[in-house]
Design a protein around this ligand. Structure first.
Ligand SMILES: C[S@@+](CC[C@H](N)C(=O)[O-])C[C@H]1O[C@@H](n2cnc3c(N)ncnc32)[C@H](O)[C@@H]1O
Length: 312
């Protein structure tokens, strides 16, 4: 193997790095947007674990007899991948409590989602379109009890993701929850896609919480699925103990710290990626696995370069 001729340092990097590129989940790769070359995939017959988790949380809240209705904002709702599973998993009476808002950049996707929503007998539903960078201005409603953003963070520019975190917290009701899931790696790489690692998300979100002035900390789950790795984070507004006014007042400081952290993380990953590519350039690849890793590293290099350019 070519890597056997490299230094121990390099072998360690390769080993760590490879763990982020376990194969799988073709159907999750998608979403035509400003940053990525992809398309969202809907398979109604197959319930994905991240959608299952979100539905379990929603269902638990709906079962509370004093929860008369539940307002749910599904960011980057795509073709309705989450709601496509509700007829089997949330009772008709509880579905009648749901006030659903689907938001996505792509009206062709939400048209499909709307067909699904109209058969679910929700209390109400609405689909709104726009870029994620503007969602908090475009969506006039506030006080959402539940906000989801699944399988999408890798498609967003880092700055947009940082703002999504802050805006979502402001948009939550006092007892609201934010649920985010994404993959750490994609089987079929997408040009420009930047999957974040769970430990990076951990660092980013806890810096946000620290600068916002709360003692509340979250620990994202990192899932070893059979075909890929993913992470979930749930933030519950009730534990923040910060008013929207204070969040808004601290926004500039929070954004600056998030920007600095993102730049640091991008630099670290770029250095790691360059080291791998330089070694492949010098020693070549010998196995199919190394060839795959080289290809993924090239995609990663482009995504990082792109993200850094857009970050300026
Ligand atoms: C892979 S799909 C995920 C769909 C769904 N949430 C799920 O869990 O399967 C990514 C979605 O993000 C949307 N999207 C990508 N970039 C966006 C942006 N900048 N603003 C709004 N939506 C965006 C795409 O249109 C697509 O529907």
């Amino acid at each position: 193997m070519a890597v056997m001729r490299c230094s121990n340092d390099f072998i360690n990097i390769i080993q760590n790095y490879s763990s982020h590129f376990i194969l799988g989940w073709e159907e999750l790769l998608g979403g035509m947007d400003l940053m990525v070359d992809s398309s969202a995939f809907l398979n109604i017959k197959r319930l994905l674990p991240q959608h299952q988790s979100a539905i379990t949380l929603i269902n638990t809240r709906l079962q509370n007899p004093s929860q008369k209705n539940l307002s749910w904002l599904d960011l980057a709702c795509g073709k309705g991948q989450i709601i496509s599973q509700l007829s089997d998993n949330i009772s008709p009476n509880n579905r009648k409590k749901i006030k659903y808002t689907g938001y996505d950049i792509n009206p062709n996707y939400t048209r499909i989602a709307e067909k699904i929503a109209c058969n679910l007998e929700f209390n109400s539903y609405v689909f709104t379109h726009g870029d994620m960078s503007n969602f908090s201005k475009i969506i006039q409603l506030d006080n959402f009890d539940f906000i989801t953003c699944t399988n999408t963070v890798h498609e967003l520019m880092p700055k947009v993701f940082a703002n999504l975190l802050i805006d979502s917290l402001i948009k939550l009701s006092d007892a609201g929850e934010l649920f985010i899931y994404d993959m750490e790696s994609l089987e079929k790489p997408e040009l420009g896609a930047l999957p974040w690692r769970g430990r990076e998300i951990n660092e980013l979100i806890n810096i946000l919480l620290e600068v916002a002035g709360t003692n509340y900390r979250v620990h994202p789950n990192i899932w070893n699925h059979s075909t890929c790795k993913g992470w979930t984070v749930v933030i519950q507004k009730q534990y923040l103990n910060i008013s929207n006014k204070n969040l808004t007042n601290n926004r500039d400081e929070i954004t600056t710290c998030l920007d600095e952290t993102i730049e640091k993380l991008l630099d670290e990953r770029l250095r790691e990626c360059e080291k791998i590519l330089k070694a492949y350039q010098r020693f070549g690849v010998e196995t199919a696995e190394e060839e795959k890793l080289k290809e993924l590293s090239l995609y990663e290099f482009w995504a990082l370069h792109n993200a850094k350019e857009l970050y300026r």
